[in-house]
Design a protein around this ligand. Structure first.
Ligand code: 9MG
Length: 275
């Protein structure tokens, strides 16, 4: 497995845990309550995450929280492109575009992004061909259903085996289409069409995904599965999020997608110290 991702102008070294900072540019995002809708505020937030130690930023213009309504291509492009241009011109880190839409992928990469975070594992028509053409790393995430309805009644016989087999199949599809295997990242998709028990099983068995020989990205930060353990509101889940990030890295995650970059970087230093 490659320990370096080629994100255009930047390489992402995965030989040590890598913290991906979240920048949501949506009015209804579950964790920022729409604070970052102005370009200037979003840029300042991105700058802070980089100063805090983010190795990569993930920019999203469509909310993926349970129940979220879809947005149009034009709305999504209007939200993300000016921010990507501004960050690419001023901050020294690669940018990931969190989208499922081929046209948004193209616009974001043209604006300076260097990776695609595909929460539907490139299942949108045209997405595999677009990603193949764009030649950037792609994160293939598992999701049962779609954000609007995914938490209504998620069902699996064996969640770990089914997520594993889904990711194996998507890796094969992408490779067959011509995406370099070394540029593919996998993600079990915590909280995406999963109950608390499903999420727990995936975290307990996270090591099982090593057999897929691809870098592993996880997003657990502030998620409701963590809130369910403590009843803490979404903006007060830092202790749970840090514990989850540490456990995930211990179990093989190379990239953690988080809101609280500075605290996560510090927590992961302890993990690195022991390795
Ligand atoms: C956009 N987004 C929200 N949660 C996520 C997660 O867990 N993984 C990835 N790849 N993207 C996510």
């Amino acid at each position: 497995m490659s320990s370096v991702l080629n994100c255009g102008r930047y390489s992402l070294d995965l030989s040590r845990p890598c913290v991906m900072g979240i920048v949501n540019v949506t009015p209804d995002s579950f964790s920022d309550g729409g604070d970052f809708l102005s370009l200037d505020a979003a840029r300042r937030h991105a700058e802070r995450l980089v100063n805090d130690g983010a190795a990569i930023l993930d920019i999203g213009g469509e909310s993926t929280r349970p129940g979220a309504e879809p947005v149009t291509v034009a709305q999504e492009i209007d939200r993300v492109v000016p921010l990507i241009e501004s960050i690419a011109a001023t901050l020294p880190v690669p940018i990931s575009i969190d989208t499922t839409k081929p046209l948004v992928m193209r616009a974001a990469i043209a604006a300076g992004a260097g990776m695609i975070n595909a929460i539907d594992a490139l299942r949108t028509p045209g997405a595999v061909d677009t990603a193949t053409e764009l030649k950037v790393p792609v994160c293939l995430m598992h999701m049962q259903g779609e954000p609007r309805t995914m938490q209504h009644n998620p069902l699996y016989d064996d969640v770990v085996a089914e997520v594993h087999d889904f990711l194996a199949e998507r890796l094969a599809v992408c490779e067959a289409a011509g995406i370099e295997r070394a540029q593919l990242i996998i993600d079990p998709g915590f909280g995406f069409g999963k109950t608390l028990a499903h999420n727990r099983a995936l975290l307990v068995h996270l090591d099982d995904f090593k057999t897929l020989n691809a870098p592993l990205l996880v997003g657990l930060s502030r998620k409701s599965m963590l809130g369910a353990l403590s009843n803490a509101p979404v903006d007060q889940r830092l202790p749970e999020s840090l514990a989850a990030a540490v456990l995930a890295v211990e179990r093989g995650a190379q990239i953690v997608r988080v809101h609280d970059v500075a605290a996560t970087v510090r927590a992961l230093r302890v993990v690195e110290w022991l390795h």
